[in-house]
Design a binder for this molecule. Structure first.
Ligand code: KMH
Ligand code: ZN
Length: 277
């Protein structure tokens, strides 16, 4: 089995300090959280940025500042900006971090309900446009799928040449409005992927530990962090993203799966061959 790539989703756009005071907002806080997660074993930082007051933004210059700070602290870590941003943002705003030529970025592969009246909009034409910008800028897409139909959408777009192969997926389990975070559902998604694809699993909230353990066993990779979960266990809030990384490192060790360095993660994901267009 390949070594385990751990992604730390350190901030997200939908969680706040009101829910957990350790959610990072400022560039310094993002840098510290990224560094601790990296030291604990994360090789990818999935990045959202905020204003100092905590308002989600996709501002290119804010991303530049945060990426430079994270690189200064952990020079070899892979930084994966979000193009999802926060619910309600327009495509133009969401696309800004691609102008910084990151190695990877998220490509959300469908529209879904996001709780209450909120809708996270990703029409087919938006996905095609986002994928084109990624190709032009030499950015590897991580296809974010929240349901089986989004895998089918990504596969159709790959067949038409919009998304390069081999593909990389993030199977996001347990979002309110998406597929549930159960072993049966995760197996269904994994079995629906092309044989040459790589995949990461994110488990939202209480589904997290079970989903990640299954991912380790199935040869997938894992994502942890405040974006997906603010509790270490029932009633106990995490103090840092690193605590989630440490837990999945422990699980991987018990299950005999070694953890990838950033260099090994780049090889597994084919990032060394990327081509700045
Ligand atoms: N904040 C969510 C609406 C991504 O990073 O691409 C979308 C999200 C996905 O976080
Ligand atoms: Zn995200």
């Amino acid at each position: 089995m390949e070594k385990l790539i751990i992604t730390a989703a350190i901030c997200g756009a939908e969680v706040s300090k009101a829910q957990n005071e350790h959610v990072p907002y400022t560039v310094k806080e993002l840098q510290e959280e990224a560094f601790m997660a990296y030291q604990a074993g994360a090789s990818i930082i999935h990045l959202h940025v905020r204003t100092d007051e905590g308002v989600p933004t996709q501002d290119r210059e804010r991303y530049r500042e945060a990426m430079e700070a994270i690189r200064a602290a952990c020079p070899d870590v892979i930084i994966q900006p979000s193009t999802g941003g926060a619910v309600g943002m327009e495509a133009k705003e969401r696309l800004q971090p691609l102008e910084l030529y990151p190695e990877m970025a998220t490509l959300d592969c469908g529209t879904l309900n996001f709780g209450g009246d909120e809708i996270f909009v990703n029409t087919e034409n938006m996905i095609i446009d986002f994928a084109a910008r990624m190709r032009e800028n030499g950015v590897k897409p991580e296809c974010e799928v929240f349901d089986k139909s989004m895998i089918d959408m990504a596969l159709r777009l790959a067949e038409k040449g919009h998304i390069p192969k081999p593909m990389h997926f993030n199977l996001v389990m347990g979002v309110n409005g998406g597929i549930a975070g159960t072993p049966r559902d995760l197996l269904f998604l994994v079995e629906s992927l092309p044989k040459d694809a790589t995949f990461t699993v994110s488990g939202i909230g209480r589904t997290q530990t079970a989903m990640l353990t299954m991912a380790v066993l199935l040869g997938g990779h894992v994502r942890v962090g405040f974006e997906d979960n603010i509790y270490l266990e029932k009633g106990v809030k995490a103090q840092s993203n690193a605590q989630f990384v440490e837990r999945v490192v422990r699980i991987a060790k018990e299950l005999g799966r070694a953890v990838a360095t950033p260099a090994q993660a780049r090889r597994i994901l084919g990032l060394e061959e990327r081509n700045h267009g």
